[in-house]
Design a protein around this ligand. Structure first.
Ligand code: PMP
Length: 399
């Protein structure tokens, strides 16, 4: 059967990590995959996660299946986090949440749901976007037609809001617009509060369906601040979806801990949506993996662990902010021409460095520094120990 089948291309980002692992040079630096690293270059298990796991080890009595949509306590904890505890979306019961395997699984379940009832909808993604958005929406059902709306302006290294709005004005009723709720991947460029308000107003006016990808809550300005975008769509009183993930903010990458939340006009419609989510999940992976969800729920529902988590999340966020500052200073100290202050303005784990393909390939070949094609860098791959090495390598590559 497979004789005449050509191999599929490797994933552009995860493939880079494989190359990095094989590299024997001790000075190698991975600025590729979106995984947090501490000052020692490790991706640690958070202390709050270890503490929750100890409790679970002593109290867990079964490994029996979870319900199809996951533990209801997990769904409640997710909703409080993404909407805020006092949100009308929660008290009205007009949203339903299913535990999904990571943010990726959540996006796919949401895409399958939309495809089931609206297969001809067009899906709009930002230019650029996380590459897997195209993969996921292309794979759901018979595959959506995917098109781009303007977002990043390579001249200003910031947001092209006028283009974004004029493109979103063209979106038809019932089409789906994928938006990064905070910490845009790959650019690190986010909307301001007023701009989010405007986009939510436009969604309400035009009747398109926002699908928020919320993979980095807490990596922008903080857990509460980063949900501002979500709050604007909730306030607009429209249908929307949120794919959230605990991979990054709890460091639960390999536990596949995410959630799909569908916000509807009222509780009865929400119940209908849940029945279809369950059908989609049952025929795909049947029910979610339990461990990560149990850990996250315990942390979110236990005040001391919750506090510990917020502190650890702030540590991660502040370290990345510090690396942004140090990189800008490091490049200036090495005499690299140009204004790199935009790196400090961008938020979350990533920055579009503006480095050309030649620079990216020179860094790889001559300095064992791994950067995704297009120049996206993961700031968390930098440490005080390697920042001078990286800055000098960039200076050399740009000569
Ligand atoms: N959306 C975006 C924008 C991401 O960057 C990622 C992770 N790289 C995801 C979703 C998926 O996260 P997860 O690992 O939880 O599937």
């Amino acid at each position: 059967m497979w004789k005449s089948v050509q191999p599929a291309p490797p994933d552009s980002i995860l493939g880079l990590t494989e190359e990095f692992k094989k590299d024997q040079n001790p000075q190698k630096v991975n600025l590729g995959v979106g995984v947090y690293k501490d000052e020692a270059g490790n991706t640690p298990v958070l202390r709050c996660v270890k503490a929750a796991e100890k409790i679970l080890l002593n109290t867990q009595t079964t490994k029996s299946y979870l319900p199809i949509s996951g533990d209801p306590a997990y769904a409640d904890a997710v909703q409080r986090l993404i909407f805020g505890a006092g949100s009308e979306v929660i008290s009205s019961g007009r949203a339903v949440t299913a535990h999904a395997p990571g943010g990726t699984g959540a996006l796919r379940v949401g895409a399958d749901l939309i495809h089931k009832f609206s297969p001809d909808a067009k899906v709009w993604v930002s230019s650029p976007t996380w590459a897997n958005h195209n993969g996921i929406f292309g794979a759901a059902g018979a595959g959506f037609e995917i098109t781009q709306y303007g977002y990043y302006d390579s001249e200003s290294k910031g947001l092209d809001f006028d283009k974004m709005i004029s493109d979103l004005e063209q979106v038809s009723t019932g089409d789906v617009v994928v938006l990064h709720a905070c910490c845009h991947n790959p650019s690190g460029v986010d909307l301001h509060d007023e701009q989010w308000k405007q986009v939510a107003g436009l969604a309400a006016k035009k009747g398109w369906i926002p699908f928020l990808d919320f993979a980095y809550q807490g990596f922008g300005d903080g857990v509460d601040e980063d949900r501002y975008s979500v709050e604007q769509f909730a306030a607009a009183g429209i249908d929307f979806l949120v794919a959230s993930s605990f991979s990054k903010n709890f460091g639960l990458y390999n536990e596949r801990t995410g959630a799909i939340t569908v916000v509807t006009p009222d509780e009865s419609q929400a119940k209908v949506v849940m029945s279809h989510l369950k059908t989609i999940i049952r025929t795909n992976y049947s029910n979610p993996p339990a461990h990560g969800g149990m850990v996250a729920t315990l942390i979110l529902d236990t005040p001391e662990l919750h506090k510990m988590w917020l502190e650890e999340l702030a540590e991660m966020r502040n370290r990345i902010v510090n690396m942004r500052k140090m990189l800008v200073a490091g490049l200036a100290a090495q005499g690299v021409e140009g204004d790199f202050s935009f790196i400090e303005k961008q938020r979350g784990m990533f920055s579009f460095s503006g480095w050309s393909d030649d620079v990216v390939s020179s860094l790889r070949k001559n300095n064992n520094i791994y950067v995704v094609g297009g120049g996206r860098i993961n700031l968390a791959g930098l440490t005080t120990a390697n920042i001078e090495y990286v800055s000098k390598a960039v200076a050399d590559a740009m000569k």
